[in-house]
Ligand binder design. Sequence first.
Ligand SMILES: Nc1ncnc2c1ncn2[C@@H]1O[C@H](COP(=O)(O)OP(=O)(O)OP(=O)(O)O)[C@@H](O)[C@H]1O
Ligand SMILES: [Mg+2]
Length: 708
Amino acid sequence: MPKKKRSRFHLTTTLDVLDELGIKMYTNSAAVLSEIIANAWDADARVVDVAVMGKGAARTLSIEDDGVGMSEVDINARFLTVGYQRRDVKGGGVTPSGRKVMGRKGIGKLSSFSIADVIEVHTVKGRSRLAFRLDIAKLRARAKAKATYEPDEIPCARDLKKGTRIVLSRLKPKVHMADRYLRRRLSRRFSVINTDDGFEIRVNAKPLTLEDREYYDKFQYVWHYGDDDLSTVATKATHREARSGNVATIRIAGRSVRCRVQGWIATVETRSQLASADDDNLNRVSLVVRGKVAHENLLEETTEAGLFATYIIGEIRADFLDLDNATDIAASNRQGILENDARFEALIAFFKKELTYIGSAWTDLRNREGTEKALAIPAVFAWYNLLSKDEQRVATSMLGKLNSLDVKADSERRTLFSQGILAFEMFRFKRNLSALEKIDAADIPKLSQVFTDMSSLEAAMYHEIVRQRLEMIRRLETLVDTDELERFLQQHVAEQLWLLDPSWARATEQPIMEKSIKRALNAPTGALMKKIAASRLDIKYREASGRHIVIELKKASRVVSTTEILEQVTKYEEGVRESLRAAARSNEPYEIIVLVGPGFSDWTDDVSREQSRRILAAKHTRVMRYAEVIANALASYQQYLQRESSATAIAAVIDSVNEADLTGYGAGIVVPGKTPRRQRIADQARTGKGGKSGMRKVVKQPTRRKSA
Ligand SMILES: Nc1ncnc2c1ncn2[C@@H]1O[C@H](COP(=O)(O)OP(=O)(O)OP(=O)(O)O)[C@@H](O)[C@H]1O
Ligand SMILES: [Mg+2]
């Protein structure tokens, strides 16, 4: 066998280094691709093309740049040298075209092995055209043997005109490569896109843009630090505020360095907006150094922001963390930053201070917005205007807070508003009551006002209760299936006695009575008990509105007759009377309700049914079919609502809140004490223009705090 020719390429490394810096370090394709793209930036490339080729197991990832390329010496001394320190060379921190270099440690390329088993490198520099193939299995074997690995030389791709092409193949099965995924993730990892940096990253031939990040449109409010990029993307933020990016002046390597940041911190309206597809949680503030993400989430460095922190997304760019003449700040595992560096500490202190400021501004803004939303409902607006100045202040904060609560459906928000207003009225009424003490006996009109207030409040509250009950009945109406109805009634009828009779208030617990009556109800023996057991689904006892109520539920499938029930309830009646007598409560009213699925076998027509009703009424017994329970309740509550509808001013407010469309703002509303934003909403409502889309003007916060 001829001796194998020595390759012109060689790489020496250890297994440890390989595992730690390559295979284990990166978990996703975007992180690996950013290392390769960062190298293209350092090679002064103007365009990097990332492309997914082939299908299934034959898929490959190709990353091609039009940068300076590598000669044989470059390949061996730089690319194939683990730990090549490019910035140790004088002027190594800046590229020939003047870019600040991203690379530093000489290990970035190893990350490719965490997603691919084979890496091909083709590179053109001047007249030199070279290519080689790295195979992880072979490299590992050589590293284990503590020997030098000689990658195979291969023919350089003919179509490569300039720069370097890296082809990753034999990709791990779970590597994500969907176009949208790559665009989203890569655009989020670089800030040098879509700017004047003269650097374009293309994914499958289409340039990345800031819009690919898929989050700018989620912003509700944004605070920015000299960030010009923001003006080039459409955010729907309704508040934009410029902040100073001055962090501190620190002495580094013998000279004073002014540390300042750029970027932005934004908040979203609802937290769920920060859950992004493919698990890339957006609730983070990434730290970008020299155009590339250096720390995934600065929020992890602070716990003080609490709940507010869960609404935040941001990007802070701090190039002062990577100065060529200072020690390296990136931890070698690349996931974080050296924590005890003075520059980093200063940055974190600055970040915390900013979070405190933004947190309180955020609360103010959310409160204001909430009040505006609620006041856009005409009836609420009218109600609000009748309050005194002091009360308006309290109402503003209440409505604002209610609006900040993270509820999903508008219907839930309507309920919040209406109950908030009721609660507010209660509070107002209580204060009125305490004023009662001070009222002079002669001041009858004032006194009667208090009572009018009270009854109108009660009416409003009852109105609200009725509305909620109706909503529940309507839901029950959809339970056409008798089995479901049977199950529902069995579970709830004893607690929701209003279903049986609107005049029955809440049931009260009477444990001793209950025990005694239940014992009596289960007392029958012999054939009668057998019959009862065969037809009974459940039996309940309650006391409500001073009345003792026994509810027997018959199985929905069971058809019974008047005679059969008469025999049973005669026994029940005896039992109830006996229990009442024993408790010395004989004079108290009682009622037995029998709920049946179908009607009685002897209910052949209206006459026979009326007869049956009269017979059982003598035994204080009422029979209702399951479906009738629902239908009767619906009818009586509807009647009530129609009759009482908006009978009182507060009830009218509540009604219109419950019917309000919260998706847009009401028309023609002028909110008292106009602020610029309120004015704008009013204008929008009038003209129907503006609003949702496009960028809004920067609005200065009226209560702007001074930043220290
Ligand atoms: N696309 C490329 N074009 C030209 N040279 C390259 C390219 N990719 C890598 N190199 C050379 O290989 C060297 C090693 O790359 P590697 O990514 O491992 O380290 P680095 O970029 O110097 O530092 P870091 O570990 O911080 O990424 C680079 O410094 C560069 O000289
Ligand atoms: Mg690199």
